[in-house]
Design a binder for this molecule. Structure first.
Ligand SMILES: Cc1ncc(COP(=O)(O)O)c(C=O)c1O
Length: 467
């Protein structure tokens, strides 16, 4: 027998042990620190062991304890970045997806997985008000943004055969870093990304967008696409989608909506996302605001033909021999990836298990938690809100009378100390040159009591620095 063949009884025992480890880990989460007390040198030492020539058998699992101990646990007191909390039913779906090991290149290679993913995305698009959109799951918002802009480029200035021609992309000054990265990778050059100014709520100014497009046209340049953001990474601001869509219509530009952070909140608060269905392409991140385990991003689009123009280029070895439209479908004709894991299984299982209403409730709780924190900050004289709370991101800082540089240094030191204390985890943002602390709620484990810990922790950290 091949040495890699695992007797079934051993698989059952191992699976039971791993699920027991996972369940114990989940049981211990409420008491866990928000970040492990560990240095880079300690993690490097912990895993600096040679790979064994002889198998260790079940003893291999012993080291899992250390992996868990040195990990940043998904507690209800984690409020950093835009980082979902890892819904456990979905995690079990991931386990099964790995056992099934479907390569979701095409129906031909993964009939159930390909069909399920397509239908799931159609349903999700419909639930967001984007009826008729289709698309595919991918690694995350960065990949989805790259693919959305590749579609835009091919639709407006075809480049696949002859190479990229000069063209201009527009996004707000608050756009995520994945947008300049995508513009660079598509050969357009970051100098041809116009960062349009934002208003006092950090939303793109449509009149400034209009003026920038007109100026580029007058100078003989070719505008391609506008990226509107549905939930900016710093402040959760939602660009004025109807106005931006009108500008795109007038100038015949592609509208890509980067909804990686915020657009899934349209399930709970659709009124904030009016105009969303005017998008030509739309990035989503179920691994953020649908609480899915990483990774689970998605690109949706209105016109599958545009996706095919951008991505269809198949070797004979991959081409489907089928004529039936379901059986002939290939994701690689509409996306960048060929080999793809069965991401839809976890999302489908998790949505079916809990129901859409439970997800809507969890998103509303996150929105409420952001307002709760904002109220506590406003009631604390030493602190000030640094931006309006548009979705679930709260930016704030310690008030400081000195120079901006001093205020920035002080707030950075407070953040560092908050993280070292380990009770809550916050991250940071820079708003108009001001370094601010930032809490973002996309966490189904967070309770009202967890939110109440943030301000006292910041005050304690500041006090420790003064000692
Ligand atoms: C607005 C926005 N776009 C894109 C991304 C990138 O998503 P990912 O980390 O899944 O690549 C993020 C991540 O936080 C984001 O907030």
């Amino acid at each position: 027998m091949n040495a890699l063949q695992l007797p079934l009884s051993e698989f059952r025992d191992l699976a039971a042990r791993v699920t027991a480890i996972a369940a114990d880990f989940l049981a211990g989460l409420p008491a866990q620190r928000a970040f492990p007390p560990v240095s880079g040198a300690e993690t490097a030492r912990a895993f600096d062991t040679p790979l064994p020539e002889e198998g260790m058998g079940t003893a291999a699992l012993d080291a899992l304890t250390q992996v868990l101990a040195l990990s940043r646990p998904p507690t209800g007191r984690f409020f950093g970045y835009v980082s979902g909390s890892g819904e456990p039913v979905a995690a079990l779906g991931d386990l099964l997806a790995s056992v099934l090991n479907q390569n979701v290149t095409a129906w031909r290679s993964a009939p159930a997985a390909a069909t399920l993913e397509r239908q799931l995305l159609r349903s999700l698009a419909g639930a967001l008000g984007c009826h008729g959109f289709t698309g595919s799951l991918c690694g995350g918002g960065s990949m989805a943004n790259l693919m959305g802009l590749a579609m835009a480029r091919e639709a407006c200035l075809p480049a696949n055969e002859r190479g990229a021609q000069p063209g201009v992309i527009y996004a707000s000054s608050e756009a995520h870093m994945s947008i300049p990265k995508a513009v660079a990778l598509l050969g357009l050059g970051r100098e041809n990304l116009r960062l349009i100014g934002a208003d006092e709520r950090y939303r793109m100014r449509p009149e400034a967008l209009h003026a920038a497009i007109a100026a580029d046209r007058a100078a003989g340049r070719t505008p391609i696409a506008v990226v509107a953001t549905g939930g900016t990474v710093n402040t959760g601001s939602i660009d004025p989608l109807p106005d931006i869509a009108a500008v795109c219509r007038e100038h015949r530009l592609w509208l890509h909506v980067d909804g990686a952070y915020g657009v899934l909140a349209a399930l709970a608060v659709p009124e904030l996302f009016a105009g969303l269905s005017a998008a030509d392409s739309l990035s989503l991140d179920p691994h953020k605001w649908l609480y899915q385990p990483l990774d689970c991003g998605a690109l949706l689009f209105r016109d599958a033909g545009a996706a095919r123009s951008a991505f269809c280029y198949s070797g004979d070895y991959a081409k489907s021999l089928a004529t039936d439209p379901v059986e002939a479908f290939a994701f690689f004709d509409e996306s960048l990836e060929l080999s793809r894991r069965f991401r839809a299984l976890k999302l489908w299982l998790s949505l079916r298990y809990h129901g859409l209403d439970a997800f809507r409730g969890a998103i509303r709780a996150d929105l409420r938690h952001a307002r709760q924190l904002a109220e506590r900050i406003s009631a604390t004289p030493a602190l000030e809100l640094a931006a309006p709370v548009e979705l679930s991101a709260v930016c704030f800082r310690w008030r400081h009378e000195g120079t901006q540089a001093d205020a920035n240094r002080l707030n950075a030191a407070i953040l560092q100390r908050v993280i070292e204390r380990g009770r809550v985890y916050l991250s940071n943002a820079t708003l108009g040159g001001r370094f601010v602390l930032r809490a973002c709620f996309v966490n189904h484990r967070t309770t009202d009591a967890d939110v109440e810990e943030v301000v006292p922790e910041v005050l304690r950290a500041a006090r420790e620095l003064q000692q």
